[in-house]
Design a protein around this ligand. Structure first.
Ligand SMILES: [Zn+2]
Length: 112
């Protein structure tokens, strides 16, 4: 297992565990509030990890001008999907949101 897969797995684990803690607190209101807070922090951390993973694992190609766009953590999480592998991403060359096709970056080509 490489660091890449570790990132994805730990982010999903964090989000799932955080969600379970929150649901548990929601059902069992007498449980410690700390559970909900801790769960919330875990979800945020997991989302951050997931966002940086998407930013590292995928690059987006603008379908109008074929510019390659690398997404930051926030954009990777918030860009709305546009069907298939496409997402609506702001293209700096077209100066508007365009349909951008996701392309997986080869794991071996990625240098840490
Ligand atoms: Zn463009």
């Amino acid at each position: 297992m490489n660091r890449y897969q570790m990132m994805l797995i730990s982010s999903i684990t964090l989000i799932l565990t955080g969600t379970i803690l929150n649901v548990y607190h929601f059902i069992n209101t007498e449980s410690l509030l700390l559970l909900a807070i801790g769960g919330g922090i875990m979800i945020l951390l997991g989302l951050f990890l997931l966002g940086s993973w998407i930013g590292k694992a995928y690059t987006y190609i603008c379908m109008d001008c074929f510019l390659r766009i690398d997404l930051g953590v926030v954009k990777a999480l918030t860009a709305p999907p546009a069907g298939g592998d496409c997402r609506r991403v702001y293209c700096p060359k077209c100066r508007k949101r365009t349909n951008c096709k996701a392309r997986r970056i080869s794991l071996r080509a990625h240098v840490y």
